[in-house]
Structure formats: C-alpha cells, structure tokens
Ligand binder design. Sequence first.
Ligand SMILES: [Zn+2]
Length: 171
Amino acid sequence: MQKRASSFKGDRPPCPVDPHHTIHRHGHYQRYANCNDNEEEEIGRFLCLPCGHTISVLPDHRLPYRAVPAALVEQHFDAQVNPGEAQKPPASEKEKGCLKRAWARFKQRVVSLTASLGQMISVLRPNAPQLWKQLRQQGNLPAMLRQLADPFNTSLLHDYLCLLPWSTSSR
Ligand SMILES: [Zn+2]
C-alpha cells in the first residue's frame, strides 16, 4: 500500500493493521520524477514484519503514479477554472501534455469523486470546474490528496488499489 509522507509522524509509517507492529526499512525504488526527462527520485519502502506487507511512502509533492509534480497540476487546474485570472504554470511541451491529460482525466472522475466525497461537496452534480473549486476550499493539492487518501481511500485521478487498507485489497 501507499502512504503520503505527511500522513504520519516520525521516520516511518505505522502499520495500518496494528500500530504496535514493528516497521522496518525495506529499501526503496526509483520512479520518474517528472515528465521532462529521465530524472528519477527515490520512493522509500517499509515492511511490517508481522503482517509481511510493504508500505511505500510517497512524497507530498507527488501524485500517485503521475510523473507531473502536484504544484504544476494545482496551478494548471486553477487556470482551467479561473480563465484569465489564474496564470497557467510555466511548463515544457511534455509537461503541457501531461497536464492536459490530467485535466481530461479529472473531468472523467467528477461523478465518481463526487459520489465518494458525499457531503464534503456542497454543489449538486458539479461539473469539473465546480468540483475543483470545492476541493480547493480544503486546501492545496497535497492537502487534498492526503484527505482523498484518508479517509476516502481514493485519489484525484484514479482509484488506486494501493491506497486501500490491506484488509480490503487483495494480498
Ligand atoms: Zn502489521
């Protein structure tokens, strides 16, 4: 499963099954850090010995499985909903492609996100800009992603199996 870095205190995430379990460092893996090139960054990995499960810790400036940085996505989405007011972020051609796909993906997610979030969304059947504005009231994108992961077990652009607690995901 995956945890966001700011969702726990200390140098390692707690076991979601039992916080008393001992968690060990379990190496790390590389993933692409952005759309532009082959820059990579390390994602820390931890292991709960009693459960035998691994937990990856995603830095707060990252979206699950998206190479484009959260700050760019936030700025791009803000520009989508406030045309003329919010500045589009400076982005390379490749990043522009990533951001365009992210917004297109978000538009497809409006119905399911609204259903997942329930009363947190005060607009009936929001369109994508309305939903983004509602989500932005909760804070910046990292704060939003943290809240979507816990308690809602979802993310902005996908429902990820890796965000589910172990008890409900396949082992
Ligand atoms: Zn455990």
